[in-house]
Design a protein around this ligand. Structure first.
Ligand SMILES: [Zn+2]
Length: 216
């Protein structure tokens, strides 16, 4: 089972590890900093050995990386990996912005149901089952989110069950929130955010979250 160093240190951009299995272009590693799509957060991009990673996917608790043809790696090989930090940091900022927005929506409208979420490099989105137009509440939520960001609160990320790889995050004023994504150390790192409404269809409302490009 790959040891997920991206949880212990989500700011690590380079790591040496060993190959544990190879099947054609698919490989697994002893340890990894390379996040694979889960919980709505997109995979990292980057290099393992001399190959670009074409796809990263979770299989149970294992992470399988698809490399380019002719990667030349075999089990036991030492290998170095590097992730695209600009992309990862943007994903982390948007991810935590989305976490805060979601918790604020739950705090204000307890009965609203989340039906989807996606964190990409340019924006995050959260979809809700919601009969009313979300535009009315967005300025309030944005203001409240910015207050939490400006307060630069510490974000605690830890295991709730290390054996089962269950993680949570916590900041002052919120209950523990289960999540296996990569989290920032402090809310201030998010920077300025902007919320927009999209209406994806009847009975659904979408909140899109953007972070300012020229921050940090
Ligand atoms: Zn999270």
């Amino acid at each position: 089972m790959t040891k997920k160093i991206f949880w212990k240190d989500p700011y690590l951009t380079q790591l040496d590890s060993h190959i544990t299995s190879v099947k054609d272009t698919d490989i697994t590693l002893e340890e990894t900093i390379f996040f694979a799509f889960s919980g709505g957060q997109e995979s990292d991009s980057g290099i393992i050995g001399n190959s670009r990673v074409l796809q990263a996917r979770t299989e149970g608790r294992e992470i399988v990386y698809t490399l380019e043809n002719g990667h030349g790696l075999k089990p036991g090989d030492q290998v170095s990996m590097e992730i695209d930090w600009e992309r990862r940091y943007k994903l982390m900022r948007l991810h935590f912005a989305a976490e805060i927005v979601l918790e604020l929506v739950y705090q204000k409208f307890g009965s609203i149901r989340k039906v989807g979420a996606h964190i990409a490099q340019d924006k995050a989105r959260i979809d809700f089952e919601w009969d009313e137009n979300v535009s009315k509440v967005l300025p309030d939520i944005q203001k409240e989110a910015l207050r939490i960001i400006d307060a630069n609160q510490e974000i605690i990320s830890a295991f709730s069950d290390e054996e089962k790889e269950k993680r949570y995050w916590e900041i002052r004023g919120f209950a523990k929130v289960p999540c296996g994504g990569t989290h920032l150390k402090r809310t201030g790192e998010i920077g300025e955010i902007e919320l927009k409404r999209k209406n994806p269809g009847k009975g659904k409302e979408r909140i899109e979250i953007y972070v300012r490009e020229n921050f940090g």
